[in-house]
Write a protein that binds this ligand. Sequence first.
Ligand code: DGL
Length: 283
Amino acid sequence: MDNRAIGVFDSGLGGVSVLKELQQQLPHENFVYFGDTGRVPYGTRSRQTIVKYAMQDIRFLLSKNVKMVIAACGTASANLTPEYLEGLDVPFCNILLPASQAACSASQTGRIGVIATSATIKSGAYGKAMRNIRPNAVVVGSACPLFVPLVENGFIERGNPVTRMVAEQYLAPFQSGEVDVLILGCTHYPIISETISDVLNGRLPLINPGVETAKQASALLVKNNLLRSGNEPGHTEFYVSDNPESFGEIASLFLGETIAADVKLVDLDNFAADTGNFGAVPS
Ligand code: DGL
């Protein structure tokens, strides 16, 4: 048993789609959520910058004494390869493997679509992960960079005309039946999954990485004997690096509960962290 919180990070709001599933599957756990809203988006940046930001996010979570770290960000998951995690002395999970496993099992034909940020698509990480699981998998990736600012700016309600218009353009390659499953490879996208599904006429099963990642995190907690003791409901602390009000407002809409008063601003350059052997941030 371990009563410390679980740390969850993303570049901004997207990780809330993972947090929602974690809260549902692990209702007695406490969470510390960090959204790097001062530096979002990550998905248009170089690998080196993404790695540097993600490692700083992890260091912040470690300063909160978390018992596990979850990269609730597809872009960080695709770029933060194992060598960067050396010395991290708590269990870590990202969204890449759980989403890839779910897609490989759900697909009949082995032809799998992935929509994600430009950096994730460029990394080829989903293709590699899925061909490890299903060697004949054919992966069709497409970057949808405008989805992240649409979500960050609150264009999230079902059928929002701007989001719908953008989705129609981005999803055109998936209308022809070329793939039989579509991974929402960026955690911002499940926040607009109703619009995405409407544009595809509900024809393609969508893989929400949050659902799969929460299952993997639960299994890791059990395996490492890290579940929180007792039956009290857990709570979540929210931290962001800019604009807590806007984050609080949009996250409240998506989570269906008011969290605005709980969102604290953090200065990433000035916090005390004893991160043990976890690597120095590459400059
Ligand atoms: N939500 C993130 C992802 O899953 C990051 C999006 C971004 O910052 O560009 O990729």
